[in-house]
Design a protein around this ligand. Structure first.
Ligand code: CO8
Length: 258
């Protein structure tokens, strides 16, 4: 399907989703969010890792589109916020690993998009932040909640109340970003990590992701119960049989995700 503001490129089982509206630093307007929603819903079934990054040289995503938001009524803002939340939730719910490759500005909705991925790698040029209070609003695509779960309440409050723009090294120190790479090496590194994951059982990865996500909002006892059940459920799957058989036969496993 042809999109205007995003681009999906697939190489084997790895897809790279570019937010590609560089003239507005990839700002998320309604059309871009709708395209993202549609692309995430119709991701080809053979995609097993998704990398999300920004088109152009300068930005991952410089936020929600301020020009569009400036004119919204309360009701329209609720709708716009709901659309953004749906996109972030759809990304988070994908049963495959998602990696944000933050290649430049990731501000407001841009940081929120990155935080909805499983983890974030950044280029040395990246600048992250949640500057919404400087516009008289608050993060509206899940930032108050996802950032807090990653960096803790005090750091999240510090970042959100100051609106500070932080560099990749600082974001790594806070645990928002896992690793920092020279700009030209960022996507290659993401792909190398994706290749490693492709060697493992997609079914087991999907289960691990599901349990990590669902368990994060529960107490330890309930969360461990989710793990116990998911672990048991994997027995009898073709991937479990193949993974263990391959180990015993001292060969590389060939997983089918079944
Ligand atoms: N929205 C719309 N247009 C943008 C945005 C944006 N977020 N960011 C940049 N642009 C546009 C600029 O207006 C400019 O357009 P033009 O060339 O037509 O003037 C073009 O992109 C290039 O930008 P700059 O000239 O400003 O480039 P600089 O290198 O000078 O600065 C910055 C880069 C620092 C990234 C700067 O553009 C900036 O500060 N952008 C805004 C960052 C920001 O505040 N982001 C947060 C937005 S609020 C948000 O994301 C809320 C999310 C939840 C919404 C929930 C709604 C219910």
């Amino acid at each position: 399907m042809a999109y205007e503001n995003i681009r999906l490129e697939q190489e084997g089982a790895i897809a790279t989703l570019f937010i590609d509206r560089p003239k507005a630093l990839n700002a998320l307007n309604t059309k871009t969010l709708q395209e993202l929603e549609s692309a995430l819903k119709s991701l080809p079934a053979d995609v097993r890792v998704l990398i999300v990054t920004g088109g152009g040289e300068k930005a991952f995503v410089a936020g929600a589109d301020i020009a569009e938001m400036a004119a919204l009524t309360d009701a329209q803002a609720q709708e716009f916020g709901a659309l953004g939340h749906r996109v972030m939730a759809a990304l988070e719910a994908l049963p495959i690993p998602t990696i944000a490759a933050v290649n430049g500005f990731a501000l407001g909705g841009g940081s929120e998009l990155a935080l909805a991925c499983d983890f974030i790698y950044a280029s040395e040029k990246a600048k992250l932040g949640l500057p919404e209070v400087g516009l008289g609003v608050i993060p509206g695509f899940g930032g108050t909640q996802r950032l807090t779960r990653v960096v803790g309440r005090a750091r999240a409050k510090e970042l959100i109340f100051t609106g500070d723009r932080i560099d990749a090294a600082k974001a790594k120190e806070l645990g928002m970003v896992l690793e920092v790479f020279p700009a030209e090496g960022l996507l290659a590194h993401c792909r190398a990590v994706a290749e490693k994951m492709l060697k493992n059982s997609p079914l087991a990865i999907a289960k691990a992701k599901q349990v990590i996500e669902a368990g994060a909002d529960q107490d330890l006892r309930a969360a461990n119960e989710l793990e116990r059940k998911a672990f048991g459920d994997l027995f009898g799957s073709a991937d479990q049989r193949e993974g263990m058989k391959a180990f015993l036969e001292k060969r590389t496993a060939t997983f089918t995700g079944k």
